[in-house]
Design a protein around this ligand. Structure first.
Ligand code: NAD
Length: 284
């Protein structure tokens, strides 16, 4: 039976550690770390995410600024909000909650965020730095997965790691981080042939697909570490991309859904905000 890597517990521990670092920052630099969140429209899932992000921001002692813009906002309205925050010296991080309403150009709006305030790690400059191994802001979800892997104390060097999914926000940065940790990395996607065989060879298997219970026990190597990034709303409730009750019998470690990668993503958003604030002060 696999050990459970609880994102709920690990994120709580990391947030408590961060609380101390945030206090030290305030004492050293005489100001509060500030994270600004922009939500456009009334997407119910986004509203919940933003609420949780604000709650956690305040929990660790940071200042939270929230901008709620109506669904019918023009591109200019959103751009002006982002640009004002970009210029504000008291703002350390800017987060535009995605998805934006369809009439808005997501890429154009995100690109107005200065790279040093890009707490999501989505901008080309930050992704590029990750590729060449420079210090940068790393996308929160894969960053959180790395903390979960670290918590097992199992050396990653030389391991076969397979990532299913190649999105810019999860799959690709995940693969780069595993490569940085000296894994031999394979990225699988919707056009991959022999997916089952490739996955069954993985010492570390990360599922970021968005298909409920896609990864079954026959795709998993005995003793593998299995990380389930998926969040799927089904009739059964929230389920991951991994068939948990089957796979937990084979894996050495597994993450649950809910209570796994999800809470880690928020903890890493706060860590990124702290790191952005620190870098800005050091470069000032
Ligand atoms: P996405 O839709 O952008 O990408 C999904 C990827 O899965 C694609 O690269 C695609 O090639 C691959 N894929 C789809 N069908 C496949 C198949 N049959 N075989 C192999 N590969 C296939 O999704 P995303 O944004 O990367 O998110 C993936 C999942 O992770 C979603 O469930 C999302 O809700 C979840 N997610 C969770 C968190 C978190 O904090 N836990 C954060 C981000 C995303």
């Amino acid at each position: 039976m696999a050990n459970i890597i609880s994102g709920k517990e690990l994120s709580a521990k990391l947030k408590d550690e961060l609380k101390i670092k945030v206090k030290e920052f305030e004492e050293t630099y005489g100001r509060k770390i500030t994270l600004a969140v922009i939500l456009v429209g009334e997407n119910p899932a986004s509203q919940v995410y933003v609420k949780n992000k604000i709650k956690s921001t305040e929990y660790v002692g940071m200042r939270s600024l929230a901008y709620y813009l109506p669904e019918n906002s023009t591109e200019k309205d959103v751009e002006e909000t982002v640009l004002a925050l970009a210029k504000d010296v008291n703002v350390d991080g800017i987060l535009v909650q995605l998805p934006l309403p369809k009439h808005l150009d997501e890429g154009k709006i995100l690109n107005l965020i200065p790279a040093e305030k890009d707490v999501d790690g989505f901008l080309a400059e930050n992704v590029g730095k990750l590729v060449i191994g420079e210090e940068t802001t790393v996308a929160c979800t894969p960053f959180g997965v790395m903390q979960m892997l670290k918590s097992t104390n199992i050396p990653l060097s030389g391991k076969n790691a397979v990532v299913i999914g190649r999105s810019n926000i999860v799959g690709k940065p995940m693969a780069l981080l595993l490569l940085q940790a000296n894994c031999t990395v394979t990225v699988c996607h919707s056009k991959t042939v022999n997916l089952k065989e490739i996955c069954a060879n993985a010492d570390v298997l990360v599922a970021a697909i968005g298909r409920p219970e896609f990864v079954t026990a026959d795709m998993v190597k005995e003793g593998a570490i299995v990380i389930d990034v998926g969040i799927n709303r089904t009739e059964k409730g929230l389920v991951g991309d991994v068939k948990f009750y089957e796979v937990e019998k084979k894996a050495s470690y597994i993450t649950p859904v809910p209570g796994g990668v999800g809470p880690m993503t928020i903890a890493m958003l706060l860590e990124n905000t702290y790191l952005c604030a620190l870098r800005r002060e050091k470069n000032a």
